[in-house]
Design a protein around this ligand. Structure first.
Ligand code: AMP
Ligand code: ZN
Ligand code: FE
Ligand code: FE
Length: 288
């Protein structure tokens, strides 16, 4: 029996907070033996074109994004990540929302740096913004500055409670999750909840919310992810079965900002086919 193709539907590049450029990302995906990789940078499609241009033979690319969302039904409002696949990158309302969120991330990043500086921590916002090099700015960029300043040794330490995980953590202005699901569908794309049950990151999406979103266009749930325990992944799979949603698995690769490798978790070919079929075809899968 031929080996099942390896399909990894969640990876970041320097277009957001990954450390490999989009071209390096697709080359690394081919080197890792993947048949399909998705580029899913936070709140941007800027990595799509350079990834397509560099696509190695035999590798398929799913163009996507990871949208910063919020659910206002909890107090405080709950931040959520929604993966969006194969949507039209020129859909005006979606384009506007993504631009707004990227701008909000810059405002928030500058505020975090101001808090750090007020406490005598010598990090510079212009330097952090320059290092992000036009990509969507996130806390990992601030973490990198803390590492450069010798204040922490690793990104994980920078995300600890004394730093960006709590003391210097500020909310950002995200997209309402119901609006995000509707916009992704309106743009012909396929919305899949990223790591919906990652308790170790304090990110548990209530089952009732998932059920409600399943009724208005949510297509799937990411079950196999490094932030899920085996029990959490199993719970997500059961929930998906109950709601008729598809299930994905993925690495959420961030280059050296995280230790996870490309292909560490993968998606079944049947689920991948369902995603492709559910998209409107404006943005097809690109083949190398
Ligand atoms: P932000 O988008 O600015 O809120 O920063 C969150 C991003 O940082 C997410 O994409 C995570 O993948 C990444 N992240 C969160 N926690 C950690 C951690 N402990 N180590 C490395 N990266 C993290
Ligand atoms: Zn990230
Ligand atoms: Fe995420
Ligand atoms: Fe991610």
């Amino acid at each position: 029996m031929p080996a099942r193709p390896l399909i990894d539907l969640h990876a970041h590049s320097t277009a957001s907070d990954g450390t490999l450029g989009p071209a390096e990302l697709v080359r690394a995906a081919a080197d890792a033996g993947l048949a399909v990789v998705a580029i899913t940078d936070h709140d941007t499609t800027a990595g799509w074109a350079p990834a397509v241009d560099a696509l190695p033979p035999g590798l398929s690319l799913v163009r996507g994004a990871e949208l910063s969302c919020r659910w206002h039904g909890a107090a405080p409002a709950l931040p959520l990540h929604l993966l969006a696949y194969l949507f039209d990158p020129d859909h005006p309302e979606l384009v506007a929302e993504l631009a707004r969120v990227r701008q909000a991330r810059e405002v928030r990043g500058e505020r975090i740096v101001a808090l750090l500086r007020a406490d005598g921590v010598d990090v510079s916002w212009p330097e952090i913004l320059a290092a992000a090099d036009g990509g969507t700015v996130g806390r990992p960029h601030i973490a990198a500055a803390l590492i450069r300043a010798g204040l922490v040794a690793t990104t994980t330490e920078a995300f600890g409670r004394d730093w960006l995980g709590e003391r210097y953590r500020l909310p950002k202005d995200d997209i309402d999750v119901f609006r995000a699901v509707a916009l992704v569908r309106a743009a012909g794309g396929v919305p899949v909840f990223a790591h919906p049950r990652a308790s170790r990151r304090g990110r548990i999406v209530p089952d009732a919310l998932i059920a409600e979103l399943a009724g208005v266009g949510l297509a799937g749930l990411e079950a196999d992810h490094e932030d899920h325990t085996p029990a959490e992944a199993a719970h997500v799979r059961r929930l998906a079965t109950d709601l008729g949603l598809l299930v994905t698995g993925s690495s959420d690769f961030h280059g050296s900002h995280k230790s996870v490798r490309l292909g560490a978790h993968t998606t079944a070919p049947e689920a991948y086919e369902r995603i492709v079929e559910a998209s409107s075809g404006v943005t097809g899968v690109a083949s190398g």
